[in-house]
Write a protein that binds this ligand. Structure first.
Ligand SMILES: Cc1ncc(COP(=O)(O)O)c(C=O)c1O
Length: 500
């Protein structure tokens, strides 16, 4: 659902940090900062994200949020006024001027996605946690006959090619993977193939949550989930989880708010890398059993990205492994992080009843994902899966270690818990001379101007909490990560010496 804000826009305003969130990588390409800023604001007005009448933040607040001088913000507003795109009345602030806008355009996408939707990119993008294609996958896409025999090729191209539940061979391959490798007994009928885990999240929200209902999430969490929830008009309740989720707080939140959905990332959490300990997992599944009206979602999209051996010696099991028949517990998975995000292959594992409801929502969204890539994915899962996981783990291990070493050298006061898996560091900014809690959003803006994108905590937060932390992905090659660290150090230094 999009919120038609035109009706109440006279009273609506944006704070400096809220406008900063929407700007994305606004300092690219090069040019005078005030022009780039004004240009971005115009584009946001054009897309409907800044509707007519909206009150812009005071110049000083915007300057603080962007870590630029007040002159830059003032000159940008002046440019907007000169071009008739904004109006300022003494004592009443600066408002966006009249322009055409469609009510459906007003949803403000999470600023995290602004960068993804842009053509221009920064020098080193450590914001988007998306790896390149694994060589085994590349070879299969180049030449499908390597992995697909004739019968499999015919299956993928027979009939209309519409498979709202997913190509049968891929549903079977995913069921087999969950059963054998993840100790979660699963039949193909319990699997819905989705266009990436992102669609899985979206379908769960569409089919299980109605506008205004609460959803409980960890704070911080994956921004794609937050965006889908905001779009659906859900009411978000965040539970602090910078150092892992406290099941007791989750229990309180569920008992108090009776949410329609609880969305968790128990394994290699994005962004913290945390792994929920076994005792806490047991408490969460007990909680799910005690609240059958709430759907609990275990987003296991990163669960196959183990970089170091687990203490148990086995892959971390999904929550549902302890209670495979619980009807209100859904498990999400994806090949994006291990194989390639461009494959767009994800899945939901749930009860057959929930899968049927989700398939109906999927049919309404796209009539089913493309059949041929599903056939390739199925063949790779059954023949090369462990080889691909091992390759990816070695690649990310080297990158994680390169990033950690470079940050320790250039920013020795920053701290993080080294992750055993996943693809990002959740870094606490500290050591700024004379500062209290660091403003991570302002730092991310400074980093952008030094050519490096990182994600500030507030874009990962249900409550817009800054956390004094940034997410730094290690999906780029080691030389890029080594190049980024001194640039981040210069940006960090500049946030203490910014002119007013
Ligand atoms: C926790 C989590 N869930 C879902 C997704 C979306 O992944 P996909 O590319 O499969 O849609 C991501 C991607 O970053 C993620 O980190």
């Amino acid at each position: 659902m999009t919120v038609p804000i035109a009706a109440n826009v006279a009273g609506s305003r944006l704070s400096g940090p809220e406008l900063a969130d929407l700007l994305g990588q606004w300092t690219v390409p090069d040019g005078p900062l005030y022009r780039l800023l004004a240009g971005r604001i115009v584009r946001l007005a054009d897309t409907g994200q800044l509707p007519p009448g909206l009150l812009l933040p005071p110049e000083r607040d915007l300057a603080d949020a962007l870590s630029v001088s007040r002159n830059t913000a003032a000159a940008a507003y002046q440019m907007l006024r000169d071009e008739g795109l904004a109006q300022t009345r003494r004592g009443a602030g600066t408002r966006i001027g009249p322009h055409r806008v469609t009510p459906a355009g007003v949803h403000r996408a999470n600023g995290f996605f602004a960068a993804m939707l842009e053509a221009a990119t920064v020098d080193v993008d450590l914001g988007i946690a998306a790896p390149e294609c694994a060589p085994q996958v590349l070879a299969a896409l180049d030449n499908p006959v390597i992995v697909l025999d004739k019968a499999a090729r015919r299956e993928a191209t027979s009939g209309s090619g519409h498979y709202p539940f997913g190509l049968p061979s891929l549903r079977a391959a995913i069921a087999g993977l969950l059963t054998t490798r993840h100790a979660l007994p699963t039949t193909p009928e319990q699997v819905l193939v989705t266009t990436g885990a992102q669609q899985g999240i979206d379908l769960l929200i569409r089919s299980q949550v109605i506008t205004g209902q609460p959803i409980v999430v960890e704070d911080p969490t994956f921004p794609g989930a937050l965006d889908a929830m905001h779009r659906a008009g859900a009411r978000l309740i965040g539970i602090p989880a910078s150092h892992g989720l406290d099941p007791q707080r989750l229990d309180q939140a569920v008992s108090t708010h009776r949410p329609a959905l609880v969305y968790l990332i128990p394994t290699y959490h994005n962004p913290t890398g945390h792994v929920m300990p076994p005792g806490d997992r047991a408490r969460v599944t007990e909680l799910a059993a005690a609240h059958p009206d709430t759907v609990f979602v275990d987003d296991s999209s990163l669960a196959e990205l183990a970089l170091d051996p687990e203490p148990s010696g086995n892959p971390v099991r999904p929550l549902a492994a302890a209670c495979p028949l619980l009807p209100n517990l859904a498990t999400l998975g994806s090949l994006s992080k291990t194989y390639w995000p461009g494959l767009r292959v994800g899945w939901i594992r749930a009860s057959t009843g929930m899968i049927a409801a989700l398939a109906a929502a999927k049919a309404a969204a796209d009539l089913g994902s493309a059949a041929h890539p599903q056939a390739i994915a199925a063949a790779l899962i059954t023949s090369r899966h462990i080889e691909i996981l091992d390759w990816r783990a070695a690649q990310f291990r080297a990158r994680r270690d390169a990033l950690q070493d470079a940050l320790r050298t250039h920013l020795p006061d920053w701290s993080w818990t080294p992750p055993r898996g996943g693809l990002a560091l959740w870094v606490r900014l500290s050591g700024q001379p004379g500062a209290g809690q660091a403003n991570a959003a302002a730092f991310a803006q400074a980093a952008l101007r030094h050519g490096v994108a990182v994600v500030p905590g507030r874009l990962l937060s249900a409550t817009n909490s800054d956390h004094g932390s940034v997410r730094i992905a290690f999906t780029q090659p080691p030389e890029q990560l080594r190049r980024a660290a001194p640039a981040l150090a210069r940006a960090w230094q500049s946030t203490t010496t910014r002119p007013s």
